[in-house]
Ligand binder design. Structure first.
Ligand code: ADP
Ligand code: ZN
Ligand code: ZN
Length: 754
């Protein structure tokens, strides 16, 4: 028995009851081929149905009685789909994100493979006869012009795809090729082709080596030191336009010199074509791009190029953190504060956390680059968990744009009911006259959710929680989503008695119409969910704007990110404060980030930039600090509030979201979970000490797609011990409610509580 081999397999079926290791015998003929991370076929269940699974362990012995064991049937691929060195990450994810093991595994599997997409084959024509090709061509000429032509072309360039060759030969029919093949003069072979997602990409030819600034040099030096020690998390805190991309490029060059590889993550490829372009310009064929807009086939091809070490650099959005990169030297997360780094489907991972774990396991460094770090990241750097590297100056010491805050309450007093303040209108006119460009951001986050007074800016808030109440149109009341308190919809403002109090919100189309009305000659392009639903739409809009086919780019949050247009000298923010009133402890942070980021789009070229921020709450500290480009000031004020109210990073919020079609059942489940948790928390002193607050509430978005939503929010003290124990209790709770008819989702790192 001692020379037997057993495999622990996770079955490819997403069901909680099957979420455990099943043991199989490795038959002798597979013993020297089988590896950890491989996909296999195994017989399963009473009927021995054949299903797919993944090898998670290989052992010399097993606890399972031998006569109960079945054998592995087949290896599906000649190599492991999950790099064996990444298997610990699977287990880590399962524990950390309360997902099924197979859900974690699927993150690593090339997209499309489970739907059976494989390499694309193409017929390619080669010359076989070596001598006197042209003589042979002349020989066949009288009978077939096509055959002669094919030979002549091949004599100049051998190995041409059949379809292409037929084309160049003036539409040669397949029969001509067949005849030549029969004569033994040519061969037609199946060859794998690589679907190049960058077919249309034109590399920047005037690539100039720039002289690095002192700040850039400093950043590179510090991070390089970390790279030679194979460890470290660095927070690259550089203002907009400080040249972070150039720093990334130098770090990647260094990694390549060390024979290591790199992963660069961007919030969303379609929104950051410039960053991606820089990498493509500099590293060309060495870069693989993982892009959600690629076809599954293209993605599979990129995955294989990475797996086979044909490329050394991977650029992609969130899921590229799972790319099969060996000898990883560095992971870079650009615009690390972005919400898109949080997965909202199971496994609900945050990319930063995952990247931290992966870099630790592979001996790589992690770089978080941003002008507006999340409170957590900056706090971590204050606590010396991350090494913070500031870059406080724009390239060439260009000034940050001047930001002017416009108090919209005054506009109403002056009788201006338009969406645009007089100031923003004047500036827009100036742009048209000077033939410059403007970006207008309409902040739609929190649209029509809160109730505020247009005359004085008062926002209806909860008396217990200092968080704005949410408007519920169904029964016309205002509700607190932290404590459940309600208030009636006010007819007049409790503060100034004005009747202009109501729920608030306008759309981009409204804004577009209004611009057309007040500035008829302006050429506007709109970028929002409606106009960007088709493939490549982002790129087309941004290209057209760059070509100056438009004067004004109007859009939602999408226009705030990473864009670098030299002729944009004006940025206007409409309704800067909408996010401030969301029932979310992070709303101030989000608002500060958004205004700072969009302001950073102005004045990046030769001319100075200006930013107009319209708001009903000009005195709010998020807006005030953003207008002064003062991250540290904002951080200090916000962190004090977080500490006072025990919000993250001083506590940990666990969210259990329950959703289902039957409202009563959803409510009962939520209350049931709350009760179960409370009961089990009191049983254990450590767990009890860790608890700050627990409660079941309707989610702010109470109904999505006809499903009712409630959540149980648990706030616990910040400490690894408590966190570990809560992982355990929540795990038990999940098992307890396994057969519940509603969907129950556990999120240990919720970035949004909506
Ligand atoms: P950030 O990402 O920090 O906002 P970017 O990386 O977009 O800034 O850089 C801003 C601009 O400055 C880009 O156009 C970039 O090409 C240019 N740039 C970067 N580094 C240098 C340098 N050392 N000298 C001159 N120009 C630079
Ligand atoms: Zn009022
Ligand atoms: Zn409340």
């Amino acid at each position: 028995m001692s020379d037997k081999m057993f495999a622990g397999v996770i079955i490819d079926q997403a069901h909680p009851a099957l979420d455990k290791i099943f043991h199989y015998i490795v038959p002798d003929n597979l013993r020297d081929k089988i590896q950890l991370g491989m996909r296999v076929l195994v017989p399963f269940g009473i009927g021995n149905k054949t299903i797919e699974g993944y090898i998670m362990s290989l052992d010399k012995e097993t606890q399972v009685p031998y006569n109960k064991l079945k054998s592995i049937k087949k290896l599906m691929d000649p190599f492991p789909l999950i790099l064996p060195e990444l298997i610990p990450l699977v287990w880590w994810m399962k524990k950390e994100y309360h997902c099924l093991t197979i859900e974690a595994i699927r993150c690593f599997i090339p997209p499309g493979l489970r739907r059976n997409i494989t390499e694309k084959q193409e017929k390619v024509v080669f010359l076989k006869a070596e001598n006197n090709i042209l003589g042979k061509a002349a020989l066949v000429e009288p009978r077939s012009k096509y055959m002669a032509e094919i030979l002549r072309i091949l004599d100049e360039r051998d190995g041409i795809p059949l379809a292409e060759l037929a084309d160049i030969a003036g539409g040669a029919p397949l029969s001509s090729f067949k005849s030549l093949e029969k004569k033994g003069w040519i061969s037609i072979e199946d060859q794998e082709v690589y679907r190049n997602p960058w077919d249309h990409f034109i590399p920047n030819s005037d690539l100039v080596e720039v002289e690095l600034t002192q700040e850039q040099k400093n950043a590179i030096d510090i991070i390089r030191k970390g790279m030679s020690k194979s460890q470290g998390v660095f927070l690259l805190h550089g203002v907009t336009g400080s040249g972070k991309t150039e720093v990334y490029i130098h770090l990647v060059e260094k990694a390549l010199k060390d024979n290591k590889r790199a992963i660069i993550l961007v919030p969303e490829i379609s929104l950051t074509p410039q960053t991606v372009g820089h990498f493509k310009d500099r590293f060309g064929e060495e870069v693989a791009i993982l892009h959600s807009a690629l076809s599954p086939g293209e993605r599979f091809d990129e995955w294989r190029r990475i797996y086979n070490c044909q490329v050394n650099i991977v650029v992609g959005a969130r899921s590229a953190i799972f790319a099969p990169v060996r000898d990883l030297g560095i992971i870079i997360i650009d615009e690390a504060h972005e919400d898109s780094y949080k997965s909202e489907a199971s496994p609900r991972y945050h990319t930063t956390e995952l990247a931290k774990q992966r870099s630790k396991e592979q001996g790589a460094v992690l770089v978080l680059g941003t002008a507006t770090p999340s409170l957590e990241d900056f706090y971590n750097s204050e606590q010396n968990h991350y090494y913070r590297i500031p870059m406080d100056h724009r390239i060439d010491d260009k000034p940050l744009p001047q930001v002017e805050v416009v108090d919209m309450r005054m506009e109403i007093k002056k009788g201006n009911r338009s969406i645009f303040s007089q100031k923003l209108y004047d500036e827009l006119r100036g742009i048209l006259l000077r033939r410059e460009q403007a970006i207008i951001l309409l902040n739609r986050r929190g649209y029509a959710q809160f109730v505020s007074c247009r005359a004085c800016g008062y926002v209806v808030k909860c008396d217990n929680c200092d968080i704005s109440l949410t408007y519920h149109s169904k029964n016309n009341i205002l509700k607190c989503h932290y404590c459940g308190d309600t208030k009636p919809y006010p007819n007049i403002c409790p503060e100034c008695k004005s009747p202009y109090i109501k729920h608030f919100g306008v759309g981009t189309q409204r804004v577009e119409q209004e611009i057309k009305k007040i500035l008829p000659p302006a050429r506007i392009v709109r970028m929002d969910m409606d106009t960007t639903s088709t493939k490549g739409a982002h790129q087309r809009i941004l290209d057209a704007f760059r070509q100056k086919e438009y004067d004004i780019l109007l859009g939602t949050q999408m226009v705030a990110k990473g864009l670098d247009f030299p002729d944009v000298t004006l940025v206007g923010v409409i309704a800067a404060d909408t996010a401030l009133n969301l029932p979310d402890y992070r709303s101030s942070e989000k608002t500060f980030q958004l205004i700072t980021q969009v302001a950073g789009r102005a004045g990046r070229g030769q001319r100075k930039g200006k930013v107009i921020v319209q708001t009903y709450q000009p005195e709010h500290y998020s807006i005030q600090y953003a207008s002064r480009h003062d991250y540290k000031g904002f951080y200090d004020e916000e962190i004090t509030i977080r500490k006072q109210f025990n919000y993250p990073p001083f506590s940990h919020i666990i969210r259990i979201l329950i959703s289902g079609e039957d409202e009563k059942s959803v409510i009962n489940t939520a209350i049931g979970i709350e009760k179960w948790m409370k009961h089990n928390i009191t049983k254990d002193t450590i767990i009890k000490t860790g608890l700050l607050e627990i409660g079941a509430y309707p989610a702010p978005l109470e109904r999505i797609k006809n499903k009712y939503r409630w959540h149980v929010l648990i706030r616990i003290r910040k400490d690894r011990i408590f966190l570990e124990r809560y992982h355990e209790v929540v795990d038990q709770c999940q098992k307890e409610f396994l057969n519940n008819s509603n969907t129950i989702v556990v999120d240990f790192y919720p970035t949004s509580l909506l």
